[in-house]
Design a protein around this ligand. Structure first.
Ligand code: GLY
Length: 345
């Protein structure tokens, strides 16, 4: 059995720590405020299709493998922690607000099909059958049966509850056999030259009933997602901004979310506005994660960008495989930090 030090108590670091502890490894997580970074702001979409982007095909296989692990991961974590994760895998509705948006959605649906991702085109009437609160003006869309959601704040709480007592610490020397740097965008402060940067995302949290599925919409070329949870929370996200480590919530940012969201679901205007916040995604030059060795006995697990919650279980399992076999699984070979050797100083 090994001693594993995890630097960073976001969903990635905590999932790694939990899976390692389950396998009998001795684990410490270094974080003064676990779950308070990008994890605490994330909407929690588990979206292998919705987040599949043009030109990022190598990532699709990883996203699909990650989604396949979520049902068992959610069941095991809920049972270990006795915390309801608000996990659902009942699909996502993709919706277009204008004719122009519908053309863009159709191109996206064609791309999903060609990439072997599960998608079913829907007429305007069919999208409204699935979500009756959608505006009668929506033009059509698609159903993404492979996409789901989970509440990341609950996941972080559950992981903390499932870890052996005393695992999370704020500092101190410890002779670890393996150190995992999972500090999101701040991992670049620990590994000079690592190409990970903060990408700001603002979100709004509303409260109200009537929606069932995650809705991903496009209105007049603006993208928005609406994530309703069983407890009445509705997360509307998210901006994508290159502003360094600034986490100011701006009026314009929130307007950019609420305007398209209310255009798609007019009833949202009546929901309570509970919270606005901003987080920093760990972005990389190719939008794919950085998982692999950076020095003997030290690996990074960061750069999960828009997919951190989805990728947490598969990343955790990869670190367990590394401990068991000395190597990361083949699935992670394309995501080694070595691929950017030429851009590192
Ligand atoms: N996964 C959605 C986002 O990062 O905004």
């Amino acid at each position: 059995m090994s001693r594993v030090a995890v630097v960073g108590g976001g969903v990635i670091g905590l999932a790694i720590a939990w899976r390692c502890a389950e396998r009998g490894h001795e684990v410490r997580v270094y974080d003064p405020a676990p779950g308070s970074g990008a994890t605490g702001v994330a909407a929690g979409m588990l979206a292998p299709t919705g987040e599949a982007r043009f030109g990022e095909e190598p990532l699709h296989r990883l996203l699909l493998a990650a989604a396949a692990r979520w049902p068992a991961f959610a069941a095991e974590l809920a049972s270990a922690s006795r915390i309801d994760l608000s996990y659902r895998n009942d699909g996502t509705v993709l919706v277009a607000g204008t004719d122009d948006d519908l053309r863009a959605v159709r191109r996206l649906v064609d791309f999903h099909r060609r990439s072997g991702l599960p998608v079913r085109p829907l007429t305007a009437a069919e999208v409204r059958d699935r979500e009756p609160l959608l505006s009668p003006r929506v033009r059509g869309g698609a159903f993404l049966p492979g996409d789901g959601q989970v509440d990341p704040r609950r996941v972080a709480r559950a992981l903390l509850a499932a870890l052996p007592e005393g695992t999370v610490v704020t500092g101190g020397e410890w002779p670890a056999d393996l150190t995992v740097l999972a500090a999101g965008h701040a991992t670049a402060d620990l590994v000079p030259g690592l190409p990970v940067r903060p990408v700001k995302g603002q979100i709004a949290r509303l409260r109200g009933d009537g929606l069932t599925h995650v809705i991903r919409g496009q209105v007049a070329n603006r993208s928005v997602y609406i994530v309703p949870r069983a407890d009445g929370e509705v997360v509307v996200g998210a901006t994508e901004e290159e502003r360094g480590t600034d986490t100011t919530v701006t009026a314009g940012g929130v307007l950019d979310l609420l305007r398209p969201a209310v255009a798609l679901v007019p009833a949202l205007a009546e929901y309570e506005l509970v919270e606005t916040s901003a987080g920093l995604r760990p972005g990389t030059p190719d939008n794919a994660p950085l998982v692999g060795e950076v020095a003997p006995g030290t690996v990074v697990a960061t750069g999960h960008y828009r997919d951190g919650v989805l990728l947490a279980p598969v990343t955790a399992d990869a670190i367990v495989t590394l401990l068991d076999t000395g190597e990361l699984p083949e699935l992670f070979r394309p995501f080694s930090p070595d691929r950017f050797a030429e851009v590192a100083p």
